[in-house]
Ligand binder design. Sequence first.
Ligand SMILES: [Zn+2]
Length: 345
Amino acid sequence: MLLADFHPRSQLITKSTRVDKPRFPVIDAHNHLGEPFGGGWNNKPLPELLDLLDEAGVVTFVDLDGGWGEDILNAHLDHFKVKAPERFQVFGGVDWSQWESKGDEFPEWAAGRLKIQKERGAQGLKIWKRFGLHVRDHEGELVKVDDPRLIPIWESAGELGLPIMIHVADPVAFFDPINETNERFEELGAHPDWAFTSPPFPAFMNIMNDLANLVARHPNTTFIGAHVGCYAENLGWVGALLDRCPNFFVDISARIAELGRQPYTVRRFFIQYADRILFGTDMGLDLDAYRIYYRFLETDDEYFNYDMELVPSQGRWQVYGVYLPDDVLMKVYSENARCVLEMEG
Ligand SMILES: [Zn+2]
């Protein structure tokens, strides 16, 4: 038998709690509504989407798919935000491809686009993982995450009150050689294009140190480090950056696998940084995914699958619930997002 065909069934008989609804209303601060991650809801009827949000217990949903031009942003704002303003926020972005034609003018130009996006209704800025790995300047040089030429973009976001949801580098195993010691070996086998083996890519820690420099250099700009600060494997590192930079926050999206396999550390982390952690799933509008997140945060269930696959997709392990206290849960579910995303009420 091949290891790939080995699907052992746990014989543990332990408590299993079904959590259909969150204990408190939820703001999903990291998710998508377009293609390919969000299910293409920009082309589907809105009432159906609102029913699903109600069923999931989600009061507000942050759609990171506003893109970087005006066309996609306008389409998403018109389809979601205009019709149900209290249920959605739409984030815009930076069109890195314009660096080539704009040359040295690019950073000021990109900063100016943020103003236009904000006027149109965008409420934040999403920086995708290409930044630090693929984004190049007009001379074809790879751009570092803390490149000082880009200061106008980050300062503008701060002045405009646009929080920046930033994802760089993570997960760390994607930078390691793909061999028998790589804990994401099977996942990389299924998605070879997710590998950023270094070299030729920059080392993981170089990118992370650049992220820390960036966040520290712009104290008046709010940064949300996607997927537990882009380093869910090392909460000591994330905690140190949270300690150093009051303008830094994290979301927990798509990293239940990492969090749930270190439940003691994670429970302490949530309690210590209860004001700095935002709920998010990054799973589109998937009710089963929401229920796994709620079960993880609310119960002390042990050794359960963190996704819906027979072999869990990020690695062959199971997770443990962290039964957060109600006051911490309320902050993570919505209160922190309400502050960071500058919402009323
Ligand atoms: Zn995402």
